[in-house]
Write a protein that binds this ligand. Structure first.
Ligand code: PEP
Ligand code: MN
Length: 338
């Protein structure tokens, strides 16, 4: 159930309604908009009497939400969500944000050099995996906390916020301590205990679409995070598995306008994991921006040939710089900037 409060309702009216819902052992999640507050009620709402709620002071309308996802739905919140990553970086606003860096954190020098070059080209957020979800248990598994510390050192020197993956619910608080955006990888999109754990943190979550998941399943995964209280979810399309084998995955460009219709959450595109081939990354990045993506997540390395993972799809810093230049007129053409 969604309760829409009247414009500029006094705080005490909202609070008393929140208390009433909590007394019924349901969870109210208030979404404070610029003019109106909307309260989403989580739990078995049949125990709430709709007419009693309608009679509450300052309540405008009460609607059942037909979609299985409520907090993520555009029916609940019409305006686009703008997610604050740091004091001056937001995702979902006019500026398209680019998250760039190596697949894995490898050593301080590589992370530092790559991040500085990416920043000079216009990417404001660094990426790098310290805990890597590798298909083979014999492949490099990441540097763990040492990798997080390397990213922290780079952040201290450059100011670039950190986007990094967590795979294990037991490590969420450790990874959250270092990161500005916690990444949930494609293989964990439906790891519900992990989703609940990141939902309890106060860090934005970049949720990657499962490689065999539908858009509804992606939105239900976002709902798991949001229903724990963390509303700062950034959705990421990174390619899905289809019958096509010439690319690593198939980038679902239509996911962008579909998600824009269904949800208020920002959408980021990862052309690197979609393509699996650095030559395809520029075209997919351009298409993503033209289709309305709020950001890009791109694998970049000062020397891609020596990258410990995903070398084939990783751009050199020079190629990344040219790409950023080529993206500017496209962003401008649709009224945005990069
Ligand atoms: C990554 O971004 O480092 C990654 C492993 O991506 P995905 O989960 O999309 O494969
Ligand atoms: Mn990778």
């Amino acid at each position: 159930m969604i309760i829409v409060m009247k414009k500029n309702s006094p705080k005490e009216d909202i609070d008393s309604l929140l208390n009433r819902i909590e007394e019924k052992k349901l969870k109210p999640v208030p979404l404070y908009g610029t003019e109106r507050t909307v309260i989403a009620v989580i739990g078995d709402e049949r125990i709430l009497d709709i007419d009693t709620i309608r009679a509450f002071k300052s309540v405008d309308t009460v609607m059942p939400v037909l979609k299985p996802y409520k907090l993520a739905s555009r029916d609940t919140k019409y305006e686009n969500s703008i997610i604050k990553v740091s004091n001056d970086i937001e995702i979902g606003n006019k500026k398209i944000q680019v998250i760039a860096g190596p697949c894995s954190v490898e050593d301080l020098d590589i992370q530092m050099q790559t991040s500085k070059k990416c920043m000079a080209s216009g990417a404001l957020i660094q990426r790098g995996g310290a805990y890597k979800p590798r298909t083979s248990p014999y492949s490099f598994q990441g540097m763990a906390e040492e990798g997080l510390k390397i990213m922290e050192t780079v952040k201290n020197e450059t100011g670039m916020p950190i986007c990094t993956e967590v795979m294990d619910p037991r490590l969420v608080s450790k990874v959250a301590k270092y990161s500005d955006i916690i990444q949930i990888g494609t293989r964990n999109m439906q790891n519900f205990s992990l989703l609940k754990e990141v939902g309890k943190t106060d860090k934005p979550v970049l949720l990657k679409r499962g490689l065999c998941s539908t858009i509804d399943e992606l939105l239900m995964a976002a709902e798991y995070i949001m229903s724990e209280g963390n509303l700062d979810v950034i959705l990421c399309e990174r390619g899905i598995r289809t019958y096509e084998t010439t690319t690593r995955n198939t980038l679902d460009i239509s996911a962008i306008p579909v998600l824009k219709k269904l949800t208020h959450l920002p959408v980021v595109i990862d052309p690197s994991h979609a393509a699996g081939d650095r030559d395809l990354v520029p075209a997919l990045s351009k298409a993503a921006i033209a289709a309305g993506a709020d950001g890009l997540l791109i694998e970049v390395h000062i020397d891609p040939e020596i990258a410990t993972s995903d070398a084939k799809q990783t751009l050199s810093t020079d190629n990344f710089d040219s790409l950023m230049e080529e993206l500017k007129p496209i962003a401008e053409a649709i009224g945005r900037e990069i």
